[in-house]
Design a protein around this ligand. Structure first.
Ligand SMILES: [Zn+2]
Ligand SMILES: [Zn+2]
Length: 251
């Protein structure tokens, strides 16, 4: 893991010790490990409960599955949800021990341009893996339509640079993906700037085929900066699990 804040619980994913959670971009090869690091269950806006996702992943040959539920209040299963989510995953971890490594993660959106994340104290204390994401643009919410594309791109870029400086972030989810999906193509040179800063700070870069297609050019930039890659499919349904892994094996 990157530099953790003192006092935060250490990564507890079984099987993860000295081994890095992430794959160096320059080592991405056809034997890319069967890992999925971006998954939503019914604890946020996914369609299936955790156990059925775990069973589906096992059937695909996935060996490490990190759940990354949203933290936006409108997307989670009510007050106190995090403790119940964590308890369920700890139970599943025990029951599926030796078959699949399960990680308790969160996908936390940026709330400003300084790396601030939407995480409460219990989440900070109990989470094992943090995907930092730009979703709503800080200060502008989801009203992309009212912004000039250049302005939206600049806001996403600045929020991403903030995430790339926060040691609590393990990996940056879909860098540039919000503009890419909803506004206009996110310039590759800005993606490269985010990769450069994140890598300098020990933060991995998610390669996510739901937002970045094809993945090849993004991997090339990650190679240039010797970044570490986090395989994330942004899976909201069982059938979407492992998509990033399968595409990374083909690069
Ligand atoms: Zn996201
Ligand atoms: Zn997501």
């Amino acid at each position: 893991m990157g530099g953790r804040e003192v006092g935060r619980e250490a990564m507890a994913i079984p099987g993860h010790g000295a081994e890095d959670l992430f794959v160096p971009a320059n080592s991405v090869a056809p034997d890319f490990p069967p890992w999925e690091y971006h998954l939503h269950s019914t604890w946020s806006d996914g369609s299936a409960p955790p156990e059925s996702l775990v069973r589906h992943a096992l059937g695909l040959g996935i060996t490490r599955l990190i759940f990354t539920e949203h933290t936006e209040p409108g997307l989670v299963a009510g007050p106190g949800w995090f403790d119940r989510y964590r308890a369920e995953l700890l139970d599943l971890r025990e029951r599926f021990a030796g078959r699949i490594d399960l990680g308790i993660g969160l996908e936390a959106p940026a709330v400003d341009f300084e790396g601030g994340l939407l995480l409460d104290e219990r989440e900070i204390a109990g989470v094992e893996f943090v995907l930092g994401a730009v979703h709503a643009l800080p200060g502008h919410g989801w009203s992309f339509a009212s912004l000039e594309p250049e302005r939206a791109i600049d806001l996403e870029f600045k929020a991403l640079l903030g995430l790339a400086g926060n040691p609590m972030v393990d990996a940056i989810a879909h860098p540039g993906g919000v503009c890419q999906q909803y506004v206009a193509p996110f310039p590759m040179e800005l993606f490269a700037e985010v990769v450069r800063k994140a890598t300098a700070n020990g933060i991995a870069i998610e390669l996510n085929p739901a937002y970045q297609s094809p993945l090849g050019p993004y991997l090339e930039v990650c190679r240039r900066y010797d970044a570490r890659v986090s395989p994330g499919s942004n899976a909201h349904h069982p059938g979407e699990i492992g998509r990033a892994w399968r595409l990374l094996r083909e690069l």
